[in-house]
Design a protein around this ligand. Sequence first.
Ligand code: PMV
Length: 329
Amino acid sequence: MSNIRERAVASAPAKAILFGEHFVVYGKPAIAVALNRRVRATSTLNDRGEIRVRSMLGYSSIPLASIHGPHSYEHDPHRHIIFSVQSVMNALNEHVGVDILLESDFPYGMGLGASAATSIATIASVSSLLGGMSRDQVFRLSLEAERLVHRNPSGIDSAICTYGGLVLFKDGRIERLDGRGYLHDLRFMIVNSGIMKDTGSMVMKVKARGESSREEFSSLTEMSEALTMQALYAMKCNDVARIGKLLTLNHLLLRRLGVSNDTLDAIVRDAIASGAYGAKLTGAGGGGCVISLIDGSRSKVLFDALSRYETFISGIEEEGVMLYSVDDV
Ligand code: PMV
């Protein structure tokens, strides 16, 4: 028990997928970016032998003694957090009462990676409380928590929220793309459609589509891979206009796949008409957010055109999961 601290704080960033969502579930490449919004997890020891979680989803409290696997809390809105805490306790062989406070400055259920970011911040903060864990270990445990929520996640959300920056993800392999000196000037506008999405059901819908129209699905898969590889090249050349065009093409492809809707299409149209280099839905679709690549000097025009939605601007957030010294917070 000597390594145990009273309180620990960690945070993890929001994310957006730029290229390759859905097809990444089938082992194809995808590119994701970390954004400058974060979720912060504060863990404090309690002497009640309970895991207690407070977040924008509400309040949960569960005695350690009543936990016999994930089915003990399968209907709890914080089940991925409770599971994350349990995984850390099992890995470090320390079972103690813990309070977790989750504070986020980005919305839940909108494709910005809130479930991965909350698990990651929780795992980092609880592990710091109980003795410490490497970043790679945090990533691996968060993948398991994501499996609990999304059944068959590709792992891209966990990768980008753990490591930050701009990441190429393929078949579980992670490559950071943002070498110093290029790409750090990219500016994105994120527009929240206000429509909650359900990643699991969108992934199932795409699976059904793949089974019922095999040929079309395989040509969409090839196109998605080609777009992602072209985007990679455009990023290496710092060709912002080309990246924008490829984003819009990716939106059209996702629309063809059946995961867009009228609201997302209208936001994409308005963003491009107001001067964005390109725009697309990001993540599972069916709701959530649109990401546009913009020239920072045109942000006022874009804000005005999209003023009926919640919006924010972000560059590439370099920092993935972060631990804070308790004296700093
Ligand atoms: O949960 P979201 O909206 O960030 O979408 C995740 C991306 C998918 O490719 C649709 C699913 C996955 O596991 O990669």
